[in-house]
Design a protein around this ligand. Structure first.
Ligand SMILES: *[C@@H]1O[C@H](CO)[C@@H](O)[C@H](O)[C@H]1NC(C)=O
Ligand SMILES: *[C@@H]1O[C@H](CO)[C@@H](O)[C@H](O)[C@H]1NC(C)=O
Ligand SMILES: *[C@@H]1O[C@H](CO)[C@@H](O)[C@H](O)[C@H]1NC(C)=O
Length: 436
């Protein structure tokens, strides 16, 4: 691209308006192919698991039939490796015909017919990370129009094989191009990862204006080490990252790997709890056709989901790192409630942690706490009352904390997906539980 084109593009950027189309007032929820299925394109030897329309139809069926959709898990997102190696005669991206014989438009209809939404992947650069056709600056409008014409609802825009100048031009241009299609399309930007994830290289105000969510840090892998590294990076940099987040603009620590091979049950609860506290997208990458009951229950935990989807949309923070390697995370929620996660980074045995709400900056008063993963309720919690929790190694205790109620029943949040992003309070039959 010559210098004149760059000048013209820079002029366009200054006119960029917010992609404020009302989408993703709460973090997106759904399923994405990458972490679990990668770039498996071997449909002859691995027909069930290769990147093909069969895989996405299977996952749409599971989301629609196994209770996921009602909980808010609605996006089915294609990642890299869906494309043909060549654009078509008009220069448009096209799916690999042997693996997507019906085309993306037909797949979108299948997904929409089940009350779900379709996401797709493209790459700002000469090639996608796996070497398929990229979206160079001159192709941005065409590709946005192609996606809209297929009925795509979400775009993950990666950034392999481009330089920082092209990224600076391309991400706002794609935002504008998606807006110009007239179709509301959620826009996930991988841009920050490619420039280190932090200011001043990353302008989070700008990202908040042009993208609905963004990947700040490296890809998650199927291991507790990878997950811990991500949580640590986000927490160490929370002063920069936490204020960037809010309704319609989310930090994305990457996919939920619960149900795969790398996490114990305690570690799976830890991911669910920490992603809820961080107001992170709840986008699973697992095999919904083969999911253990315990992992399913963790991913379908209604209170954890309601905390994640809280309408205030305030990302939580790490409050404390104890010498004992217990960490405390906190997130303010609507209706004067809050969530606490007590994470053990120990590797020995369940640890007895002594604290009080006052030590965690709570105002004087009386509280109750609902234990998100055991379903028990802790009553009569004066801010100054000391309590003791038993936290498993690499596990969590997660509390939903709210001001004491007159009634004997817990006031639990309930995220009602079909009514939009709103909470209703319903009475649950919480059992009485004595504070340890
Ligand atoms: C396009 O942007 C305008 C201004 O932010 C917004 O009102 C409109 O809803 C957007 N439309 C789409 C389809 O994104
Ligand atoms: C960051 O982006 C915002 C919004 O577009 C802009 O007003 C601001 O000047 C930018 N900051 C820097 C340091 O470039
Ligand atoms: C809570 O603790 C404070 C300070 O110890 C005390 O003044 C207050 O009466 C307590 N409230 C209840 C309801 O126990």
């Amino acid at each position: 691209m010559g210098p004149i084109a760059v000048t013209q593009l820079l002029a366009l950027i200054s006119l960029t308006v917010a992609l404020d189309n009302g989408l993703l007032k709460t973090p997106p929820m759904g399923w994405m192919a990458w972490e679990r299925f990668r770039c498996d394109i071997d449909c002859s030897d691995d027909p069930e698991n290769c990147i093909s329309e069969t895989l996405f139809r299977d996952m749409a069926d599971r989301l629609a039939e196994d209770g996921w959709k009602e909980l808010g898990y609605e996006y089915v997102i294609i990642d890299d490796c869906w494309m043909s190696r060549l654009r078509d005669e008009q220069g448009k991206l096209q799916p690999e015909p042997s693996r997507f014989p019906g085309g993306i438009g037909k797949l979108a209809r299948y997904i929409h017919d089940r009350g779900l939404k379709l996401g797709i992947y493209a790459d700002m650069g000469t090639h996608t990370c796996m070497g398929f056709p990229g979206t160079t600056l001159d192709k941005i409008e065409l590709d946005a129009q192609t996606f809209a014409s297929w009925g795509v609802d979400y775009l993950k825009f990666d950034s392999c094989y481009s330089n920082p100048l092209e990224q600076m031009l391309g991400y706002p241009l794609m935002s504008k191009a998606l807006n110009a299609t007239g179709r509301p399309i959620a826009y996930s930007c991988s841009w920050p990862v490619y420039v280190g994830g932090l200011p001043p290289a990353v302008n989070y105000s700008l990202l908040g204006e042009i993208c609905h969510l963004w990947r700040n840090y490296y890809d998650i892998q199927d291991s507790w080490d990878s997950l811990q590294g991500i949580v640590e990076w986000f927490s160490n940099n929370q002063d920069d990252l936490q204020p960037a987040s809010g309704p319609g603009r989310w930090n994305d620590p990457d996919m939920l790997i619960i149900g795969n091979f790398g996490l114990s049950v305690d570690q799976a609860r830890s991911q669910m709890a920490l992603w809820a506290i961080m107001a992170a997208p709840l986008i699973m990458s697992n095999d919904l056709r083969n999911l253990g009951n315990i992992e399913r229950a963790i991913l379908q935990n209604k209170v954890a989901i309601a905390i994640n989807q809280d309408p205030l949309g305030i990302q939580g923070r790490r409050l404390l790192q104890e010498k004992s390697r217990i960490e405390v995370y906190w997130r303010p929620l609507s209706h004067s409630a809050s969530a606490l996660v007590f994470l053990s980074r120990r590797t020995d045995m369940p640890y007895l942690y002594h604290t009080s709400l006052a030590k965690l900056n709570y105002d004087a008063g009386n509280y109750e706490a609902y234990d998100v993963f055991t379903g028990s309720t802790v009553r009569g919690l004066n801010a100054t009352s000391e309590f003791t929790l038993s936290i498993n190694p690499s596990g969590v205790v997660m509390w939903y904390v709210y001001p004491e109620k007159e009634s004997k029943q817990a006031d639990l949040p309930h995220y009602r997906h079909n009514k939009g992003s709103q909470f209703t309070f319903h009475k649950a039959n919480a059992r009485h539980h004595t504070v340890l």
